[in-house]
Design a binder for this molecule. Structure first.
Ligand code: EPU
Length: 338
């Protein structure tokens, strides 16, 4: 294990903002991780585990030990004539992992194609898109408890997954996810085409009986048309969560704004934050180096490549203020703020 000092974290966050870690290390296995934690304990340093850096905004330098998780490997175990357990180490790129499953005709993750980030951070916020969340195919994950230094296994129930939420998100810093196992189908797939945009994309492709490969292709095409590629324009996907409000509040808003969309969530209503932001006049708007994406107002971008984390944070604060003022709804940031 090699510890470096005063390292730029710009290459390790998809917003591409500058921030320095006073100490930095890259780890490829559990013994190296244990050594890194020993170093942090010895020097009384806080630890920040970094995966793909696709859901993080640095607003300041990190005065501690940043640990880049680079454990690699994918293994599989067949469980019955229609199921396989596939395990990805934390440092595996999420999209490459999903693509490898789709290529082998393992079903369950195809709707989650092209989501930036690594496998190890997927459970943190129960990543989701186009009607699927990882909880739908999740079997278990192996984690390191940073307080006891013990390895633990978390089942689906243990993870307490919710919308962009998990047990790990509520106990930030306590656990480092080492590998994640999914239960996928090998031939009798359950296809999820409930999302209107997927159905229309498949129709455009002239596909009436889709395979999981077709669904992956459709999802990739939709994402490429709506969302900015972080390799080209710095961003962290959706910056805010979609707010969930009581039905009575929604009815009040509906009478004032008849076009406002809302989706039933048990006995409450989920409203697309993208709609609220667009109808607050923020879609495509740029202030200094920061803007919202022209095709999806929920995504904040580092428009010039020169934005600071503080600028992005302040920009997001202005959006929150306008939406609260106009609609009485408090937007919550989905991205982790450091
Ligand atoms: N909308 C607008 N204007 C916009 C954007 C959206 O009016 O600029 C409205 C439209 O009514 C649209 C609706 O919002 O029909 C939903 O938009 P979209 O399908 O793009 O989905 P979203 O709710 O904005 C969520 C996830 C995305 C995920 C998509 C597709 C969250 C916070 N975001 O976005 O996840 O890809 O659904 O399932 O739940 C991410 O988490 O980084 C992410 C990209």
């Amino acid at each position: 294990m090699h510890i470096e000092k005063n390292i730029s974290l710009k290459p390790y966050n998809t917003f591409g903002v500058e921030a320095k870690a006073s100490f930095f290390t890259q780890i490829e296995n559990i013994p190296q991780l244990q050594q890194a934690l020993d170093f942090a304990t010895e020097h009384k340093l806080p630890v920040l585990a970094l995966g793909g850096g696709s859901n993080i905004l640095f607003t300041r330098d990190f005065d501690g030990l940043a640990v880049l998780l680079r454990m690699k490997g994918i293994t599989e175990t067949f469980v019955d004539d229609n199921h396989v357990l596939v395990t990805a180490s934390a440092g595996e790129n999420w999209h490459q992992f999903v693509s490898s499953c789709v290529e082998k005709n393992y079903g369950g993750l195809e709707n989650l194609s092209l989501i930036p980030g690594n496998a190890g951070t997927a459970p943190m916020q129960n990543i989701g898109a186009y009607g699927t969340e990882i909880k739908d195919a999740f079997a278990h994950c192996k984690v390191l408890n940073t307080e006891t230094r013990e390895l633990e296994t978390f089942t689906l129930e243990d993870c307490c997954f919710g919308y962009r939420d998990s047990f790990f998100k509520k106990h930030k810093g306590k656990y480092i996810i080492l590998e994640v196992t999914f239960r996928l189908t090998t031939h009798n797939h359950h296809l999820n085409t409930e999302y209107g945009v997927i159905r229309s994309e498949l129709a455009k492709m002239n596909i009436t009986e889709p395979t999981i490969q077709d669904i992956a292709k459709a999802v990739i095409s939709i994402r490429q048309s709506k969302l900015p590629d972080p390799k080209v324009t710095g961003n962290a996907g959706s910056f805010f969560k979609n707010p969930v409000i009581p039905a009575t509040q929604f009815e009040g808003l509906k009478s004032k704004y008849p076009d406002i969309p809302g989706y039933m969530q048990h006995d409450a209503i989920k409203i697309p934050a993208g709609w609220l932001i667009e109808h607050s006049g923020w879609k495509g708007k740029q202030i200094g180096n920061v803007a919202t994406h022209a095709h999806q107002a929920l995504v904040i971008i580092n428009a010039t490549g020169n934005a600071t984390g503080r600028e992005i944070y302040d920009f997001s604060g202005q959006i929150i203020d306008t939406v609260r003022y106009l609609y009485g709804i408090q937007l919550e940031r989905e991205v982790n703020i450091i």
